[in-house]
Design a protein around this ligand. Structure first.
Ligand SMILES: Cc1cc2nc3c(=O)[nH]c(=O)nc-3n(C[C@H](O)[C@H](O)[C@H](O)COP(=O)(O)O)c2cc1C
Length: 225
């Protein structure tokens, strides 16, 4: 098999992204509601900068992105005794997560690498969710540190546990993929990563449109012969 390097690999990537964009049903992809969970535990976060770039890409495609930044708006630790209170949860942030998850047609999970995996604050947020929230919904995965895929690989299993469908393209960054406009304020600069984010966004809105039709088919009552 041909070994694509450097510019050739990037061109192949862009070709794939372009053909995905051409497949996208223009009307239905544009209004997808997407819930993005950002799982860094610090203010000066590369993960947040990566998530912002993804958000820009999704918004440029017309998606409505709701962001829950788990550092800026921390969720309390899950209390299973309150699970039955889902519709009238006493904590406003948790209640907000439930409301956003219930109407989301797709998800983005962005996390730093902590101890070879994704962060605990993100796991806490995911543990709050129920199967009905993510069932047959596409999930885009992004992680920061050393371009490691450890966190996104682990998240693929978690997403499957919630009956979600993780999209094939993930985005994994390292510090050198960013520039800092001031200390701690980062922006993705690496052209390969920017191209990958484009492909990620094309894929996510395309999957969101098709999977919403798929869910409608699956949920339609079967007519007896
Ligand atoms: C508890 C903890 C564990 C970490 N473990 C790893 C690790 O296993 N591999 C790695 O590459 N970086 C690891 N890091 C480094 C972070 O991934 C890195 O600082 C990253 O920039 C954090 O993301 P943020 O900038 O979005 O906060 C760890 C950091 C912390 C706080």
């Amino acid at each position: 098999m041909a070994n694509l390097r450097g510019g050739a690999a990037l061109r192949a990537w862009r070709d794939t992204a372009n053909s995905l964009a051409a497949m996208a049903p223009k009307d239905s992809t544009s209004s997808a509601k997407i819930l993005m969970l950002v799982g860094s535990a610090r203010r000066e976060s590369y993960t947040r900068a990566l998530a912002s770039e993804i958000r820009r890409g999704l918004a440029a495609r017309g998606a409505r992105v709701e962001v829950l930044d788990l550092f800026e708006t921390p969720l309390p630790q899950i209390d299973l005794a309150l699970r039955a209170e889902r519709d009238r949860h006493p904590d406003p942030t948790t209640a907000g997560l439930f409301r956003a998850a219930e109407t989301a047609e797709a998800f983005v999970l962005a996390t730093p690498i902590y101890h070879n995996s994704y962060s605990g604050v993100l796991k806490n947020a995911l543990d709050h969710l129920m199967l009905r929230d993510m069932r047959y919904r596409p999930v885009g995965l992004a992680a920061h540190s050393g371009r490691s895929t450890q966190a996104v690989d682990h998240l693929r299993q978690v997403v499957r546990g919630l009956l979600g469908v993780s999209i094939p393209t993930h985005v994994c960054t390292r510090d050198a993929d960013f520039t800092a406009s001031s200390p701690g304020v980062y922006r993705v600069e690496d052209p390969d990563i920017l191209a990958r984010i484009e492909r990620f966004c094309d894929e996510l809105v395309l999957f969101a449109a098709h999977m919403s039709a798929l869910r409608a088919d699956l949920d339609r009552p079967k007519v007896a012969d």
